[in-house]
Design a protein around this ligand. Structure first.
Ligand SMILES: Cc1cc2nc3c(=O)[nH]c(=O)nc-3n(C[C@H](O)[C@H](O)[C@H](O)COP(=O)(O)OP(=O)(O)OC[C@H]3O[C@@H](n4cnc5c(N)ncnc54)[C@H](O)[C@@H]3O)c2cc1C
Length: 195
């Protein structure tokens, strides 16, 4: 199979580029080694917004009395909050799958590497296949920067990826990094803590 373009990475950078190429008449494939939607849908923008939406609801209930609406103390089911977050993510990932299909973009599951100019090799469970192409788009994204001296261990010292999978909200947490991601987690934890 020869493609006008092979896109490595099915995150927002990759799938949007692939759809656009297809819309312009190009024959295109996306190779994704993990989950379609990349960091944004699976471990970034979308799950964090789902958690923020949950604490916004909680905050509205907490502040309802100021508006003359008295409610009993809310009962919170954190596993349900997490389950809803996962549902939102799955639905949106399904949407991307649909869009790729609709635009006739071929999707290959596996890890891609550029073997030679114009040849992308896809490896999945020990099996490899080669895709020939005129152009290659590398849209492999980024990973959390793990600062070695902090002793990341994935349980008590974690990155945003594990923070999104917590089964309960910790009693205390130090967030290193006050960028958008750090601040979002801080908002979530603070509102939750005040419940
Ligand atoms: C916690 C968090 C919250 C965020 N919130 C926001 C937000 O609110 N708004 C916003 O605009 N941005 C947000 N971001 C940033 C956003 O997620 C990234 O900017 C965006 O995902 C980058 O898209 P991308 O396609 O370049 O890379 P990614 O989304 O990282 O996708 C890259 C994909 O490439 C795949 N890949 C890598 N190597 C290979 C290979 N060799 N073969 C095949 N596939 C491969 C990966 O599995 C991955 O799916 C957030 C990020 C995090 C971590």
């Amino acid at each position: 199979m020869t493609y006008n373009a092979v896109v490595i990475g099915g995150g927002p950078g990759g799938y949007v580029a692939a759809i656009r190429i297809a819309q312009l008449g190009g024959r295109v494939a996306v190779v994704e080694k993990d989950k379609l939607g990349g960091t944004c849908l699976n471990r970034g923008c979308i799950p964090t917004k789902a958690l923020i939406a949950a604490v916004e609801k909680l905050k509205s209930v907490q502040e309802a009395a100021d508006f003359g609406i008295e409610v009993v103390a809310p009962k919170i089911n954190f596993s349900k909050v997490q389950a809803r977050k996962s549902e939102v993510v799955e639905k949106l990932v399904g949407g991307i799958n649909f869009l790729l299909n609709k635009n006739k973009v071929d999707l290959f599951a596996g890890a891609a590497r550029i073997k030679l100019p114009g040849i992308v090799e896809v490896e999945n469970n020990g099996e490899t296949q080669e895709l020939q192409c005129d152009n290659i788009i590398i849209a492999t994204g980024s990973r959390p920067a793990l600062i070695e001296s902090l002793g990341y261990n994935g349980t008590t010292i974690i990155s945003s990826e594990e923070a999104l999978q917590l089964s309960e909200v910790p009693k205390s947490m130090l967030i290193i990094g006050a960028g958008v991601i750090g601040c979002e987690f801080a908002i979530f934890m603070v509102v939750w803590e005040r419940k």
